[in-house]
Design a protein around this ligand. Structure first.
Ligand code: GDP
Ligand code: IMO
Ligand code: MG
Length: 433
């Protein structure tokens, strides 16, 4: 296996960062393929924490090429801050970073618009609960063929004309949403800032598609890193409560400009329970003290916005859908340790809707919200041993939980994570083997 895609199997925050860091040990190239700074991945290595938003989570392996694919939407200022933070830690010192010139740029007006839309929709009770990082507006501009791309940062006249035309068109929208209409001075400042940031990023930009294709042609190990999760996919997730990009495995090919025939393996990441940030149906959600207990045990607060994550029991119908959408051949199970100390652990094995039992979520979000989870209950376990490196190190009940999930999800586990640190991992199979 030389080309592997890693994707979140749920609603994001599954622990992709930790797993991508581990798998990058065996990769020469790691490619982030979608979304932008809406993502937040926490890596813990020897007790030290690093949070990535745009830079691939393989960044802690010096010498590994870190690519930001053309399918991304990049906030240049956030990226510069992140590069600086990495460099302070001695990372990205060997020119590892490559930013696709075709990637779209997030400018201040995308973020303003994202926030204004959220506030306006909230008053009507229909907010999405976005991260307000400008993701939706930037992808809208892309689909509307008026977006700003990384390559435009090196053509000042083109950039000025593009931004001015966008603001001209968006001004009535700003006014309608109750925002301040941007002025000519705002446009001039935004363009000047973008040009300055562009210059600083210039040494890291290039033809990401060719770079990845060449690496694959040479037989190098290439790891594609998904952001968000399959159920947040624009086409196949719980629309409209989704992000604006393709989060499923197919998005990797789209973003990098490579054919699906090049992909050797797809690995999904799932937590041992479920979380969701923002609005949208979540049938297994736990409320009150039960939800709080899981949130606190799992440290379930957003790495990007700090928002408390909604928490609930593992949802197998949703997981099966993720497995299907991305063609996952194996799964990494994370945060098993968080369930320790629960007298019983519940798992949703099916949904009941209008008298019928469903093994995957219905397609309409209103139906998902109406669906009743059918649970099975498994015995809990007191705690996990300090160092578990093999499933045989796990207490019998934890092992039974892992085996039950594996059987019911229908794909084998390649890894079980029992703590946030790189070292707190039970490795079962190597995705590059
Ligand atoms: P991502 O967006 O999928 O990369 O996930 P996040 O980093 O946003 O959220 C996962 C959180 O769980 C991070 O704080 C990780 O450090 C942490 N984490 C990952 N795996 C484990 C695990 O097995 N156990 C525990 N307790 N925490 C974990
Ligand atoms: P990682 O990569 C969890 C959610 C937001 C919101 C919806 C749309 O860390 O797993 P957006 O800002 O993208 O327009 O918001 O998608 N969302 C995430 N939830 N993890 C993420 O990324 C997310 N990225 C977006 O909370 O519900
Ligand atoms: Mg996250």
């Amino acid at each position: 296996m030389s080309v592997v895609i890693v994707v979140g199997a749920q609603w994001g925050d599954e622990g992709k960062g930790k797993v991508v860091d581990l798998f990058t040990e065996r990769a020469q190239v790691v490619v982030r393929y979608g979304g932008g700074a809406n993502a937040g991945h926490t890596l813990v290595i020897d007790g030290k924490k690093l949070v990535t938003h745009l830079v691939p989570s393989g960044v802690c392996h010096p010498g590994t090429s870190c690519v930001l694919g053309d399918g991304m939407v990049i906030d240049p200022h956030t990226l510069l801050e992140e590069i600086a933070e990495c460099q302070e830690r001695g990372l990205l010192m060997r020119n590892e970073l490559l930013i696709g010139l075709g990637a779209h740029v997030i400018l201040p007006y995308h973020k303003l618009l994202d926030g204004l839309r959220e506030d306006y929709s909230a008053k009507q009770g229909r907010a999405i609960g976005t991260t307000r990082r400008g993701i939706g507006p930037a992808y809208e501009a892309k689909a509307g063929r008026r977006g700003v791309r990384m390559r435009d940062l090196y053509k000042p006249e083109r950039l000025r004309a593009l931004v001015a035309a966008n603001i001209d068109e968006l001004s009535p929208v700003f006014a309608h949403l109750g925002g301040t209409v941007p002025t000519g001075d705002d446009v001039a400042r935004w363009v000047a800032d973008a040009l300055t940031a562009g210059e600083r990023l210039r040494p890291h930009t290039g033809d990401a598609g060719r770079h990845v294709a060449n690496a694959i042609a040479k037989g190098q190990h290439v790891l594609f890193e998904g952001a968000q999760g399959c159920l947040l996919d624009l086409d196949h997730g719980t629309y409209p409560y989704v992000t604006s990009s393709s989060t499923i495995a197919a998005g990797a090919c789209q973003s990098a400009g490579i054919g699906p025939t090049q992909i050797d393996a797809v690995v999904g990441i799932t937590k041992a329970y479920a979380t969701r940030v923002g609005e949208g149906p979540f049938p297994t959600e736990l409320f009150g003290a039960e939800g709080d207990k899981l949130r606190i045990a799992g440290g379930e607060f957003g790495a990007t916005t700090g928002r408390p994550r909604r928490c609930g029991w593992l949802d197998l119908p949703a997981l099966r859908m993720g497995v299907r959408l991305s063609g996952m051949q194996s799964l990494a199970l994370t945060k098993l340790d968080v369930l320790a100390g629960m007298p019983e652990v519940r798992v949703c094995v099916a949904y009941k809707l209008d008298g019928k039992e469903l093994d995957e979520p219905p397609t309409d979000p209103e139906d998902i919200a109406r669906a009743e989870p059918v649970y099975t209950s498994l015995p809990g376990w007191a705690k996990l041993p300090a160092h578990a490196h093999d499933v045989t190190d796990l207490p019998t009940a934890a092992r039974a939980y892992v085996e039950t999930i594996e059987r019911m999800a229908g794909v084998p586990f390649c890894l079980v994570s029992v703590g946030p640190d790189r070292s707190e991992t039970i490795r079962l199979t190597d995705p590059f083997a």
